[in-house]
Design a protein around this ligand. Sequence first.
Ligand SMILES: NC(=O)c1ccc[n+]([C@@H]2O[C@H](COP(=O)([O-])OP(=O)(O)OC[C@H]3O[C@@H](n4cnc5c(N)ncnc54)[C@H](OP(=O)(O)O)[C@@H]3O)[C@@H](O)[C@H]2O)c1
Length: 254
Amino acid sequence: MLIGLLKHIVYPPKSVGEKKLSEVFSGKWVVITGASSGIGEALTLRLIKARANLFLIARNEEKLKSLCDKAQEKGCEARYKVIDLRQRQELDSWCETFREELPNVDFLFCNAGKSIRRAINDSIDRMHDFDRTMDLNYRSMVALSLALMPSLKRATGRIVYTSSVSSRYPFVPGWSAYHASKCAANAWCRTARRERKKLGVKVQIAYMPLVYTPMSAVNETYKKLPAYSADEGACVLLKLAMSNKFRYKPWWAL
Ligand SMILES: NC(=O)c1ccc[n+]([C@@H]2O[C@H](COP(=O)([O-])OP(=O)(O)OC[C@H]3O[C@@H](n4cnc5c(N)ncnc54)[C@H](OP(=O)(O)O)[C@@H]3O)[C@@H](O)[C@H]2O)c1
């Protein structure tokens, strides 16, 4: 009972009406990275119901294909790209053709992410941990945003980045790779906000709190803490994308 009450206060329920979602997203082109699991998958399912046209990106082809099949059954246009977003060369050469493939994009949700928890002292021979978090959580977001900028401009589009509320706090030991990559992405988004007039595209950040997903399930302690469901995480992103706000943060975040 106490835990339930605590969850309600710290994580007030998040939802968004299906009618409202259809009004905003029906027939719009939405690109989602990290669509195969957790928050990205829940976001995809919400947008299928809203009859958005979808372009899904991740590595798990089986999952992407089944989501696209579901979307097409609902009458949405749906395509997918299987790619490891950490592979710079492959990503850069695909980006050159991607904007031709999608000349008008209304929303780009940069949501794919990887967290690594390891102390710096245990990372002496693990420079790749820092490279892969930076490549996925920061660089792929910038590469896709730049690639799709002309397509987003034509549709007065938006870029929504899934950041972490932990990047707003004094840094917790063990998370140097993850926090550095999320903070780099935050800095890019905050600069893009200042350049909005010239850029012509609105960039938004969701400082996401704990969400029950395969990513957070790796940490046993997190399973016992209050958190949002993946669907509530998706609603956070959708509500932000429908608002004029620059950012979402939980009410208790500094
Ligand atoms: N869960 C939380 O508590 C929490 C809190 C704050 C922020 N976030 C952020 O929320 C976002 C979504 O995370 P989640 O919790 O939903 O995690 P998740 O269930 O593990 O999903 C991560 C997604 O990213 C994709 N991905 C991972 N590595 C990739 C790669 N190399 N190339 C392409 N796609 C890749 C995965 O797809 P494939 O494996 O198929 O490639 C998957 O679709 C992340 O940016 C995360 O940092 C999560």
